[in-house]
Design a protein around this ligand. Structure first.
Ligand code: NI
Length: 287
């Protein structure tokens, strides 16, 4: 199954105007399987625990020559801020779009240099890849990225801490994934996002797909109608607070859902996501 999804992903990237390449073969999610001591600083987020209806809408793999400007028009019309996890090569190809993203108040973020599988890289190769992306985005937009999202969500726990130490990056994953790269259906994207978004959500989409952009007016208007407020990812994680401890079950009693909407502490680090909502092996293909 993962291989099949990955094939769909590769096909999905073919129309890309820029030259980002996808690695051969499927992979396991980065965040799983590596034993490591718990970091003292939270460096990875799937979602945030916030006191209010704040969310972050994110777009990966661009900029795209036509889809991204069209998206920016939609965001501007609605006064909505988003975050763009850019591929460094694409930032080099479309510097004017990167400038526009920055000038209109959105956040620029790194999605690596050319969308390779980062977990297979040595530290030195990884350093060069991330540095090239960092410099390309900073050069094009005039603002250096503070956060990153690894392609496919694939980044080991050790790499997450390493990238934080080397670049100051927080590693941003997601908790809402409409699989826009797979279905290429605007109605599906809209309904999935409207169904799954909760306070503190980080929504994953891709601004390289026309169908995703087609979904945005209805999606954004629907989220606004529900009362959600759009923040950049950095502004959202600035509002993150420690999750309240879960009530302990005692033998013979049943713990009921409290309905508070509080999310489990983001898994960040070394182990698989606590909720299973963010990257899982079967769905890492298209990112
Ligand atoms: Ni991606």
């Amino acid at each position: 199954m993962p291989r099949l999804l990955f094939a769909a992903c590769v096909l999905g990237f073919l129309p890309l105007a820029c030259t980002a390449q996808n690695p051969a073969g499927s992979e396991k999610p980065a965040v799983a399987g590596e034993a490591a001591p718990a970091p003292t600083t939270k460096v990875t987020y799937n979602a945030c625990n916030v006191d209010g209806p704040y969310i972050a809408l994110t777009f990966d793999d661009g900029p795209h020559g036509t889809n991204t400007p069209r998206l920016l028009d939609m965001l501007k019309q609605r006064g909505v801020k988003a975050t763009f996890f850019m591929v460094g090569e694409c930032a080099v190809e479309y510097p004017q779009i990167v400038k526009r993203i920055v000038s209109e108040g959105h956040e620029v973020a790194s999605h690596s240099w050319k969308h390779l599988q980062l977990t297979r890289m040595s530290d030195e190769t990884l350093r060069q890849d991330l540095q090239k992306a960092h410099d390309a985005i900073a050069s094009a937009g005039g603002v250096a990225p503070k956060i990153m999202r690894p392609p496919y969500g694939a980044f080991t726990a050790r790499q997450q801490r390493w990238a934080h130490g080397e670049f100051g990056y927080k590693c941003i994953l997601w908790d809402v994934d409409p699989l826009d790269w797979k279905y290429r259906n605007a109605a599906h994207v809209e309904s999935e996002i409207l169904k799954r978004t909760t306070n503190g959500s980080i929504i994953l989409t891709h601004d390289i797909h026309k169908s995703t952009i087609d979904a945005m007016p209805g999606t954004i208007d629907g989220l606004l109608a529900k009362g959600f407020k759009f923040l950049t990812v950095s502004d959202l994680i600035a509002k993150d607070r420690p999750a309240a401890p879960k009530p302990k079950a005692t033998p013979g009693t049943q713990v009921t859902k409290d309905g508070s909407g509080a999310k489990p502490e983001s898994p960040a680090s070394a182990t698989a996501p606590a909720t299973g909502a963010a990257p899982v092996a079967e769905s890492t293909g298209g990112r």
